[in-house]
Design a protein around this ligand. Structure first.
Ligand SMILES: [Zn+2]
Ligand SMILES: [Zn+2]
Length: 366
C-alpha cells in the first residue's frame, strides 16, 4: 500500500486541550516516576568528530537485569498490559501518564523513568498495535509538535534491525534536547517540483538523512510520503540496497525511514533517515547495521536517539574499557561515529553520493 493512500487523518489540532509539560515533568520527578538519582549515575561526554560534536552516554541508570527479577515481574504483570508501552487507566489516575490526542485518536504521554536526555517523553497510542511509518505517522508527529513545540519528536523505524527495541506498540519519543543531528548542516539542496514551498536538502551526516523545511504542514506531510514511497521502491544492488525480497510468495520489504521532527515558530524541520534492514552473507546482522569490527563498542540496533548522534552504550563498557581516560573517550566517540556510518545507505564516497543524486532525481520531478 502506498503511504499516501490514507487521507482521512489530515487535520489541524487547534481543538486539543493543552498540557503544561513543565508541571507534568516536575510532578513526574516529585512522585518518583522519573528516577533522577539513577539517571545521574549515567556517564556522559562529547567527542568532536568530522560530523560535529557527538554525544556519548553510558547507561548506568537501569538496574542490571536479573533473570529472577524479570521472571517475577512478568508474573505480576497487569493483564491489561500486553507490553511495557500499554497504557492503563491506573497510569492516568496516578499521574504517571496523561491523555493526549494525535491523529484524531486517543494517545497517552509519559516521561521515561530512565531518561536518555532532558524531559525524555514517550507518546503511545492507547491501542496496542505495531509501529508503522506512513502518512498517519507523519500526521501524528506534526500533531505532536503543534501541541508541544518545545519538544522534538521522532519515531523509530518500523522494521527489525533498523528499528528500536519495541516494534509491537505504536509510539514516538521526544523531549527537550538539542542533538548533534539538529546542528548538522545541509550538504546540498534539491528541489521537488510538486512541492515548491518545501526546502529540501541532503544533510551532512553519517546516515543518509534528507531534511525538509517548510511552514506548510500539508506540503510537509505530502512530500514526506512522496519520499517514503520512492525510498520503499528503491533497489541498488551495487550498493547492497534491496527494497523487497520474497519468502515463497510473500513479499518482505526492507526499506523504511526513521523520521525526526522539530518546530520553531511556524517552521517545521523534518529529518528523514533512509534505512534498509537487508542482511547479506558478509553482514548477517544487517548490511546497514553496525559492522563486526565495532561490536566491542556497540552491537545493538541504531535507533532513533542514536540516529540523531547520541550514543547509548551498555554498562559493560565501564568494565571492559578505561572510560574515565580522555583518550579512551575520544576513541569511543570516534568509533561510534563510524558505527553510524555503517548504517548510512548512501556512503560518503563518490559512488554513494552519485547514486543518491540519481535517487533524488527519480522523485524530484514527479
Ligand atoms: Zn502495548
Ligand atoms: Zn562498517
Amino acid at each position: 500500500m502506498s503511504a499516501c493512500d490514507n487521507n482521512d487523518c489530515i487535520r489541524t489540532s487547534s481543538d486539543i486541550e493543552r498540557i503544561d509539560t513543565d508541571a507534568f515533568y516536575r510532578d513526574s520527578i516529585t512522585k518518583g516516576f522519573v528516577k533522577v538519582e539513577d539517571i545521574a549515575r549515567n556517564i556522559e561526554w562529547v567527542t568532536p568528530t568530522v560530523w560535529g560534536d557527538i554525544q556519548v552516554t553510558i547507561n548506568l541508570s537501569k538496574p542490571e537485569k536479573d533473570p529472577a527479577a524479570i521472571a517475577a515481574a512478568a508474573k505480576q504483570k497487569d493483564p491489561d498490559k500486553l507490553c511495557d508501552l500499554c497504557v492503563t487507566q491506573g497510569d492516568i489516575d496516578s499521574g504517571y501518564a496523561k491523555n493526549i490526542q494525535l491523529c484524531d485518536e486517543p494517545w497517552a504521554l509519559w516521561y521515561s523513568p530512565y531518561a536518555y536526555f532532558n524531559e525524555h517523553c514517550i507518546a503511545m497510542s492507547w491501542e496496542h498495535r505495531p509501529m508503522h511509518i506512513d502518512r498517519a505517522a507523519f500526521v501524528g508527529l506534526c500533531d505532536f509538535v503543534d501541541q508541544f513545540p518545545q519538544y522534538f519528536i521522532g519515531s523509530n523505524a518500523d522494521l527489525p534491525i533498523v528499528g528500536g527495541s519495541i516494534l509491537s506498540h505504536d509510539h514516538f519519543q521526544g523531549g527537550r534536547h538539542t542533538f548533534p543531528l539538529h546542528k548538522a548542516p545541509i550538504d546540498r539542496t534539491f528541489t521537488m517540483s510538486a512541492f515548491p514551498h518545501v526546502n529540501a536538502g541532503v544533510v551532512k551526516w553519517p546516515l543518509t538523512v534528507l531534511r525538509l523545511e517548510t511552514t506548510d504542514r500539508e506540503a510537509l506531510i505530502d512530500s514526506a510520503c512522496h519520499i517514503l514511497d520512492a525510498w520503499r521502491a528503491y533497489t541498488n544492488e551495487e550498493l547492497g540496497i534491496i527494497a523487497v525480497t520474497y519468502e515463497g510468495k510473500q513479499a518482505i520489504r526492507h526499506n523504511t525511514i526513521t523520521p525526526m521532527l522539530r518546530k520553531k515558530d511556524a517552521t517545521y524541520t523534518l529529518d528523514l533517515a533512509l534505512r534498509c534492514n537487508i542482511t547479506s552473507e558478509k553482514h548477517p546482522l544487517g548490511a546497514f547495521h553496525v559492522h563486526d569490527h565495532l561490536h566491542h563498542i556497540k552491537k545493538e540496533n541504531i535507533g532513533l536517539i542514536e540516529v540523531m548522534g547520541r550514543a547509548i552504550l551498555p554498562p559493560r563498557l565501564t568494565r571492559e574499557m578505561a572510560v574515565d581516560d580522555a583518550s579512551v573517550r575520544t576513541e569511543i566517540g570516534e568509533r561510534f561515529a563510524e558505527a553510524l556510518c555503517c548504517c548510512g545507505v548512501f556512503a560518503w564516497d563518490g559512488e554513494g553520493q552519485a547514486a543518491l543524486d540519481v535517487f533524488l532525481g527519480t522523485f524530484a520531478s514527479r
